[in-house]
Design a protein around this ligand. Structure first.
Ligand code: GDP
Length: 358
């Protein structure tokens, strides 16, 4: 499964956030395919559509999609030179598919800041600099190798050219994920750069920060085009201890529409390039994880490889049409259920039944 690495400077609230994530972790029993490891939090992707489906189909249980977060050992200045846990940190971050950088925006004087002052901008730059320096080393090595290979006609000049352009971007102090849109993504992938991974920024703030729209707009602009999420890690860790109803009350009291962890799961899932389709029956209402752009047979393969191999067609109705019709039979009667073939590209919210040969 794709994972999101939780990274950040020491003392910014990573552990607090990660503990909340692991306490929100779905029961492994329902997810026989998810191997649960101590440094991995597998959280449900909130999806109210599943409750609606469960009502329509009288489903016994609901199985949401999940998002996996990995706790990454703390970064320090100098990580790119192998300082402290630097090497371990870089190895962990290379394995993650997206990076969630936790940044301190709470002001509690009792909590020491590693650099002596609370400045989200400086913290973001510190980490970006370490990743950029490490990636520059990687690219410089690859450029040396590619130059020889191009001379020996063992590599395409285009690959070397892309490596040089990537190095220029890093040299300007920019991330490939933010400034490398013109580079061929397939070629960039072969360089295994950390700064090419999608970033999500979590600003850990107190309640007053959560009400400060001006500050949030500033921070949002700072990290754009990456996503910014504002939450209070301590509040979130208390929230996951509560029953659903108590949690809803506590959120309402704090004037929040949605738990920060739910927002993080949603944004994380989307940032990984994932989407869901839905299935429903008397046993379960379930969301299945696929990549954006996948076809019906690929989607069927997530349920079972036989479904993909023997794929005949998919019966598809959009969630909205199904709800408007009130039942599958009525949706069919109104011509809202389509028969889709092998070329069909799945749309988020498709409610599907696959037909296949065994
Ligand atoms: P890590 O080193 O990044 O994993 O940070 P921790 O999660 O261990 O948090 C460092 C300290 O900051 C701990 O004493 C936490 O209780 C405290 N802390 C974490 N989040 C918040 C927050 O949102 N507000 C305040 N005031 N303190 C926090």
């Amino acid at each position: 499964a794709l994972t999101i690495g939780i990274a950040g400077l020491p003392n910014v609230g990573k552990s607090t956030l990660f503990n909340a994530l692991t306490r929100a972790t779905v029961l492994a029993a329902n997810y026989p395919f998810a191997t649960i490891e101590p440094n991995i939090g597998v959280v449900p992707l909130p999806d109210p559509r599943l409750n609606t489906l469960a009502e329509i189909f009288g489903s016994e249980r609901i199985l949401p999609a999940t998002v996996s977060f990995v706790d990454i050992a703390g970064i320090v200045r100098g990580a790119s030179e192998g300082e402290g846990l630097g090497n371990k940190f870089l190895a962990n971050i290379r394995e993650a598919d997206a990076i969630c950088q936790v940044t301190r925006a709470f002001r509690d004087p009792d909590v020491v800041h590693v650099d002596g002052k609370v400045s989200p901008k400086d913290d973001i730059e510190t980490i970006a600099t370490e990743l950029i320096l490490a990636d520059m080393q990687t690219l410089q090595n690859q450029i040396l190798r590619l130059e020889k290979e191009v001379r020996g006609k063992k590599a395409e000049p285009e690959v070397l050219e892309t490596a040089k352009q990537a190095l220029e971007i890093l040299d300007r102090g920019e991330l490939i994920s933010a400034a490398g849109k013109d580079l061929d993504p397939e070629i960039v992938k072969t360089f295994h750069l950390m700064t090419a991974k999608p970033f999500i920024y979590v600003f850990n703030m107190d309640q007053d920060g959560l009400e400060d729209q001006e500050l949030q707009a500033e921070l949002r602009a700072l990290v754009a085009p990456a996503e910014a999420i504002f939450l209070d890690a301590q509040f979130e860790s208390e929230l996951v201890e509560l029953s659903e109803e108590e949690a809803r009350e506590m959120l309402a009291d704090a004037g929040q529409e949605e738990a920060g962890l739910d927002k993080l799961a949603r944004v994380g899932f989307d940032t990984l390039g994932l989407q869901t389709y839905l299935t429903a029956g008397p046993k379960e209402a379930r969301a299945w994880t696929i990549h954006k752009g996948w076809t019906a047979p690929q989607a069927a393969g997530v349920i079972h490889t036989d479904f993909q191999r023997g794929f005949i067609k998919a019966e598809v109705v959009s969630f909205e049409d199904l709800v408007a019709a009130g039942s599958m039979a009525d949706a069919k009667a109104h011509g809202k259920v389509r028969l889709e073939g092998k070329e069909y590209v799945m749309v988020d919210g498709d409610v599907v039944e696959f037909k296949f040969n065994v």
